[in-house]
Design a protein around this ligand. Sequence first.
Ligand SMILES: Cc1cc2nc3c(=O)[nH]c(=O)nc-3n(C[C@H](O)[C@H](O)[C@H](O)COP(=O)(O)OP(=O)(O)OC[C@H]3O[C@@H](n4cnc5c(N)ncnc54)[C@H](O)[C@@H]3O)c2cc1C
Length: 449
Amino acid sequence: MTHDVVIVGGGIAGLTIAWELARSGRDVVLVEASEDAGGMLRRGTAAGLDADLGAESFATRTSGVADLVADARLPVQLVEPAPAGAHVAFRRRSGRVDRAPLPRRALVGMPADPTAADVVRIIGRAGARRAAQEHSMPWSTGPEPTLADLATSRFGVRVTARLVEPLCRSVYSQSADSVRLSSLHPVLWEKAQALGSLTAAVDALAPAVRAGSAVRGVEGGLWRLAAELEAAALRAGAVIRTGAPARSVTATTAVLDGETLAARAVVVATGPNAAAGLLQVEVAPAPPVGLVVAEVVSDAFDAFPVGSGVIAAPDVDSAAKALTHVDAKWEWAAAALPAGTHLLRLSARDGRHQELTDAAGAAAAIRTLTGVRLAPTDVRRVVPVAWPDAVATPSARAAVSEAAATRGIRLAGAVAAGTGLASVIPHARALATHLLSAPTLTEGERHVR
Ligand SMILES: Cc1cc2nc3c(=O)[nH]c(=O)nc-3n(C[C@H](O)[C@H](O)[C@H](O)COP(=O)(O)OP(=O)(O)OC[C@H]3O[C@@H](n4cnc5c(N)ncnc54)[C@H](O)[C@@H]3O)c2cc1C
């Protein structure tokens, strides 16, 4: 039997395509290697609460998530984070670790007004004077430098070290010297080229409110988005097979253990390393993304000492590069937790996940990032999770995309669209629209092969 489309990978990208195709009457089969669909939108339990063990919010730089929720009539409530905002931890010249709220108006760490008080608080007066020169510097029309080189040449080293680099590492899991702005935030890059200044571009695009408000979430956890989308795809007639890893693919087949699925089109919607394996291209795998969800009992966190969380500059010595205070960020989480109990998500620095997986290690990182004196006994439980296939490096994206295009295999997910739901979902929907432009199989075609 030949299907219209076989999708390999049941993360949010694969589920989006399955739903889109099934609701238009296409015969679509999705195969997912693990026992549950959802990919990096995964539910766990901490402090008796359903908690996200992967992505926990989405950027509002595109309307991709909100449009999907509306169009698929998903029974989820999109919510704003609490207005607390996030902080950055950085090392002063004296060696002391300081913390300050992230600037109100900035994008990818680059400020709309380098002399604003909340920017000066982080980069100092001399750093601000240097950064303020960006506005009147001539714009280079040469090849695009790395984000780190771009930020340093335009704003100076302080902006790169204390704002751009920590933002880039915590949000995109990549160092600013390994990425380009055009791939992280294409709209900002285009605007900067048009206006000849990053300051002017950020000023034009940055929301007028506190950092962190450029994201939204789902009441009860982002994992619910994938769970409800899976249910919608099933209702529309998609076949979703879990525990069914594909071992190889061609433009018209997906080979599983002991079985070959035939289709008019095959979509690979796995993570980048898995896609490279299926397409038989060599890529240097990025390090896994390590996360720990810690249940903490401490009154010191009742006052939200670092707002919704804190990101750490590279010179802050800690096994964690970022911390999210879940119940400070999401009111639904605060309402569900007992008084004095808090949920903290710690994102590990590359190679240091293991240090966070016991109460002592988690407490040490929480102390460094927040300044709160926390004893290991205050950390009641840690839930560690490692994501081995989360980061799509620029070189992996290029190699996998080229291999897929050469072989007529469709590619979806972060490897094709870039990291994050705001990119992955619109890309998946556009691919589904493209697949729908091919006529559906006739009964004769479906059964003859
Ligand atoms: C800790 C963490 C925090 C994050 N936070 C955010 C955030 O706050 N906001 C945001 O927008 N993004 C965030 N992201 C990124 C976001 O989760 C991803 O960009 C997005 O979920 C990618 O979806 P996907 O469908 O492309 O891939 P995935 O979710 O990785 O799904 C791919 C699926 O393919 C399956 N698969 C792999 N190989 C095979 C095979 N051979 N056969 C069949 N199936 C296979 C996998 O099991 C998996 O289920 C975060 C990621 C992590 C890890």
